[in-house]
Design a protein around this ligand. Structure first.
Ligand code: GLV
Length: 318
């Protein structure tokens, strides 16, 4: 039986498909790198997730039997693509099945940030609400707002569809030559700078790469409208968190809704203490439907590759 190592945890919807077909070893949720390095020798496939760094050392420890890294996530910035390519190891991810879940969380963060819902609720829970105050918690209205979607992939497009009900304008950046939003949405493809200058809400939907680290930094924040809202459900590395916290404190940015952070589970104190910041613990895909579908697609990739039928949702490593 081929050996499949689950670096941390695969949900039952995926794990039950592997049991019986392969020898499955799971590190468990708390497993760190040392456990992974102990488990991987002889593995034919490793199931990773966004918290598990897959690099040359892991591939070398696994050895020549390793055929596949199956990432239990759509993002794969935790994986060294060059190392996979050099070792001839395939990589798969879970596109498509978490699109709705993640776009819906981005919408939730947009609303929560615009109206400061968590801070208002906390005040009430703390028993410190002293009554209706016409100047309390005034926020931004989304109806008629200009939305800027950075990265018009599957999730960006779904977010754009969801916010179309607000009846405002849509600006977006997109890498692909094909304008995927054209048939589905009226919107204008622009450069990042124009998007940042014009938008009332900026939502990030890009895959993280070395090139776009801190895409949102002091300079780009300075281009944004002082009342604007930034939402990030993509990856923490896209944003310079300290620059963001500083802009919030100094009133140069309206509000933020963030689900992802550069060094998770660490969240910089500057951000935790910043005003008008809604922060959630990387729950973009955390719906019953999406997480089960991700686990199942991860397992189906493992089965397909290890049974010689090739990857279902490959990531190009070249
Ligand atoms: C989660 O962060 C994912 O990339 O699926």
């Amino acid at each position: 039986m081929k050996k499949v190592v689950v670096a941390r945890k695969l949900l039952p919807a995926g794990e039950r498909l592997l049991q019986g077909r392969f020898e499955v070893c799971s590190g468990g949720l708390d497993a760190g790198r040392d456990v992974l390095l102990e488990l991987v020798p002889g593995a034919a496939a490793v199931v990773a997730d966004p918290t598990v760094a897959i690099d040359q050392q892991v591939l070398a420890a696994a050895g020549d039997d390793l055929e596949l890294i199956a990432n239990f996530a759509v993002g794969y910035d935790n994986v060294d693509l060059d190392a996979c390519q050099r070792s001839g190891v395939l990589l798969t991810n879970t596109p498509g099945v978490l699109t709705d879940a993640t776009a819906e969380l981005a919408l939730g963060l947009t609303l929560a940030a615009a109206r400061q819902i968590p801070a208002a609720e906390l005040q009430l829970r703390a028993g410190s609400w002293s009554g209706w105050d016409p100047s309390d918690y005034r926020g931004s209205e989304l109806s008629g707002a200009t939305f800027g979607v950075v990265g018009m992939g599957r999730i960006g497009l779904r977010y754009a569809e969801l916010i179309s009900g607000f009846g405002g304008d849509l600006l977006y950046t997109s890498r692909s030559a094909v304008d995927r939003s054209e048939e589905r949405l009226p919107g204008r493809r622009v450069g990042l700078e124009e998007l940042l200058r014009e938008s009332d809400v900026v939502s990030l939907h890009l895959a993280a790469s070395r090139e776009n680290k801190h895409l949102i930094n002091r300079e780009s924040i300075a281009m944004m409208k002082p009342q604007s809202i930034l939402v990030n459900t993509a990856r923490g590395s896209l944003v310079d968190a300290d620059a963001l916290a500083e802009a919030l404190r100094e009133g140069r940015l309206g509000a933020v809704g963030l689900d992802v952070f550069e060094n998770e589970p660490g969240v910089p104190e500057s951000l935790r203490n910043a005003p008008r910041a809604v922060l959630t613990p990387h729950i973009g895909s955390a719906t019953y439907r999406a997480r089960d579908a991700m686990a199942e697609l991860t397992a189906r990739n493992v089965i397909s590759v290890l049974e010689g039928n090739g990857p279902l949702t490959p990531v190009s490593t070249g």
